[in-house]
Design a protein around this ligand. Sequence first.
Ligand code: NAD
Ligand code: UDX
Length: 483
Amino acid sequence: TTKMVKICCIGAGYVGGPTMAVIALKCPSIEVAVVDISISRITAWNSDQLPIYEPGLEEVVKQCRGRNLFFSTNVEKHISEADIIFVSVNTPTKTRGLGAGKAADLTYWESAARMIADVSKSNKIVVEKSTVPVKTAEAIEKILSHNSKGISYQILSNPEFLAEGTAIQDLLNPDRVLIGGRETPGGQKAIKALKDVYAHWVPEDRIISTNLWSAELSKLAANAFLAQRISSVNAMSALCEATGADVSEVSHAIGKDSRIGPKFLNASVGFGGSCFQKDILNLIYICECNGLPEVANYWKQVIKVNDYQKNRFVNRVVASMFNTVSGKKIAILGFAFKKDTGDTRETPAIDVCKGLLGDKASLSIYDPQVTGDQIQREISMNKFDWDHPVHLQPMSPTSVKQVNVVWDPYEATRDAHGICILTEWDEFKTLDYQRIFNNMQKPAFVFDGRNIVNIEKLREIGFIVYSIGKPLDPWLKDMPAIA
Ligand code: NAD
Ligand code: UDX
């Protein structure tokens, strides 16, 4: 019998937690330990209240936890015992120094690598699971080999493509698994070892191997392409509003072209989430460092259009309501960056709320998965500070007075002048809009940033409705938003 393979994952976050839980589920012969420096996160993983909300996650964790899946703060022990070490720590945007506002901050990654070098007593395969700049593997190799005490390390790049809200499904049935490694016999052997893990449940033709740099760059490229699609459709949504075209019809029509495809073409108030903006900024920085300003500028535009879309939404709200929302109650339905997650990192709701607060609105916010503390923290934090755990701790929760967070959509909308729908939660489709209308100030406005409400029905009730990229309500035509 062969020795049981041991895996350790550094970083018990949105990626490390679900990914390792699925590996443990599908590979009973492998022992998986997920470690983190955050004691509260590990405590939560070991409790009934997991630190992240993700459909299906709890069932998987409950099946494996204590069997071949362990969550621990004993980083040293599990690193030293493991054969394969995944590193899935945060790689946020740098907030200061060289490349601030663009480059990836590899502080957490470097400290994980140094920890590996410190405690390892046997040969290791080190897997980059975090999204990192191209050529990071080279830096990691240097840190490890210069501190190696005769131990051999193989570095692999195995970026993660899961999306939040569908993480478990994405992990169980991935479009592909990508593994990059050195083109040496040692590198190929390491690729094979990691392939053997995924082969427990992923068909072999979906496991792709490449060189290290292709794997690292493919992750940044995939996110840039996906975000680009949203900025493209959002750019079209502005033109639709100006011309009377309907963006859903346009998306449907172009999506029928098999070269374009139907997915990921929903116009919105803007994309959010912890990845898209951060990874594109990182890509832009890498292009600039490689003397490619034209390429950098091309990708910059994806972010500019996204910022434009969020501004445009705020301008619509303010312009429609007689050019001022000062002192008016506005209900915000949905704060998470997409449905089926409690994650609010880089959610477009932050910029929309800040924009409305800038015009002195008073906000009443409801999201089924997000607490008041979390919303207050997001709204009072500086751009890019969100993913820096060290910064997070001393943050004093100076709550914004004009923001009230409630646990009921009917309370949020009572006496409000307008409603902004910022997350596409299913429950927002079936609210009793007649009841909501009856309890609102008149004229009552709905600004649908996700195109989920039935416009005709709401207009019949009496609402003035704005939906991204849809033919404008006559009211809105008379109240043009001047950007
Ligand atoms: P996260 O913040 O949820 O988790 C990262 C964890 O790493 C934190 O719990 C932190 O405490 C821990 N950590 C940091 N430094 C550590 C150290 N030295 N030792 C031990 N633990 C340490 O982040 P995430 O969303 O899981 O993202 C992780 C990486 O995966 C990022 O590079 C991200 O770009 C990438 N990624 C994220 C997603 C996603 O949907 N969230 C998808 C694909 C890739
Ligand atoms: C993304 C990538 O999809 C995933 O492959 C990668 O591993 C991590 O980054 P995630 O950010 O979790 O995943 O969610 P995603 O579904 O991509 O949505 C990102 C943002 O785009 C959300 O704010 C979402 O609402 C928005 N979006 C998505 C649109 O506005 N329109 C769409 O058609 C799709």
